[in-house]
Design a protein. Structure first.
Length: 94
């Protein structure tokens, strides 16, 4: 799986997003090393039965890679929506 060169619109947001990912995946029940939150993808891959290994994964199908990323990204998006709804509810009650 090729590593994408991520560019965040907000300077300095990368660390916050990595911390957010680690916290969300911890809430999902995964064992996350806070200093290496990207490594949670290997645990997700094992759970899904996808043969993801550190280094080259050129034989990995797009579908398999999408299953891993979808599980992680989907969890993050659900949590972002929950947080936004919570903030909106607080504003309405103020």
């Amino acid at each position: 799986m090729a590593r994408r060169n991520r560019r965040y619109v907000v300077p300095g947001a990368e660390q916050g997003m990595q911390t957010f990912k680690a916290n969300v995946m911890k809430q999902e029940g995964y064992n996350v090393d806070l200093s290496r939150p990207d490594d949670v993808k290997y645990e997700v891959a094992r759970e899904l039965g996808v043969p993801l290994e550190p280094g080259s994964n050129g034989s990995l199908t797009t579908e398999s890679a999408g299953q891993i990323g979808g599980r992680i990204g989907g969890s993050m998006v659900r949590e972002m929506i929950r947080l936004a709804q919570e903030q909106l509810a607080k504003k309405e009650n103020s």
